[in-house]
Design a protein around this ligand. Sequence first.
Ligand code: ASP
Length: 438
Amino acid sequence: MGDAIVAKFGGSSLANSHQFKKVKDIIESDDNRRYIVPSAPGKSNPDDTKVTDLLYVLENLCRHELDMESVLNRIKDKFNEIINGCNIDLDLDPYLDKIIADIRDGATKQYVASRGEYINGIILSKYLGFPFIDAKELIFFDSDGNLDEEMTYRLMSKKLAKYEKAVIPGFYGSMPNGRINTFSRGGSDLTGSLVARATNASKYENWTDVSGFLVCDPKIVDNPRGIETISYKELRELSYMGASVLHDEAIFPVVSLGIPIIIKNTNSPKDPGTRIISDTQTNQNLKNITGIAGRKNFFIINIEKVKLNSSKDFHRKLMSILESHDIYLEHMPSSIDSISLIIDKSHENKIEEIIEDINIICKPDSIDFINHISLITVVGKGMRNTTGTSARIFTALANAHVNIRTIVQGSSELNIIIGVEDNDYENAIRAIYDAFII
Ligand code: ASP
């Protein structure tokens, strides 16, 4: 592993000249921060609009031959405030003129959206005095728009080896026909991760506007504790249930190399943030839980059939019914004579048809349906070696008068998932938090 640090700065970290100054201080405070990945400028305040969103609107207006003036001015104003506020010697007009000319020539939506990162990257490179490398020369997609990892790592490591320091705009790359393609929203996180892997970085810092992940949702518990260290797998479990700070796919490129990702706060750089480590590295927090996350709005279909566990084809038939209705199954707790299907509420409109099919094809003894279920996941890889974690959770829930509707625990023992009624959701999370975090 080398000593280079890859530092990605999100939109809120680069929203205006004030934020740019903080970013420069952070980068200059450690000479190893060598590869810098910026997002497009984000919101300066809650009523502001992200440059990427303005660019999507711009492309849409142009496609419908509507007036683009006011949106274009808002983009211009945001960039010019940064350029002027930081005394950067750069004329924005040729860049914007080119975007407009390209849009008129039929440029794709992805190309237009990518220009926020592109221009911001040029501005930041001038400000830092680092070379700018266009991401279209480093990140490659195949003709279907999927990332070509092999080509990306090969060409990116070769190219970046020639640069001691560089600014690489996030979010986009190029297709075999030379056109620009973007990742899904928030994809600069993924660019940073690819750069960290290609340069064999010592760490990947992801700078944002929060000091990492919190043990649980601050809208439910006041001032919850931050998570200092979390493994990749634990993070996947928490993110799946809604804890989001990092793009879902940003973890994969660095996982196998054991490069840690550190979530840091640009507005409070001394805070430790959250360190995301591989699953083989140790987590100090083995005796405790790592985090609690959850979501409302699930339903459960309970199916009873005597001797269900000795039927060879029951599960296959059940799964093929779900598949034929295009249903994603969340979980499937079972007992010898019963099985429960936990399904996201977005599939609620198909319930009657599913139940009818189950009745016809699986011939159960009974079938019923429970609505308004929330799932809460309590994550902590230390559970595997600690006795009593579930006892503490269930005691806390009983003391808070929360009725548990279902429990799921995989044998990986990375998490315990508890189903409660939507009305009990917040109460249950508070009770579990209080039981573990003193
Ligand atoms: N600017 C893009 C977005 O708003 C990508 C990113 O910020 O990561 O989604």
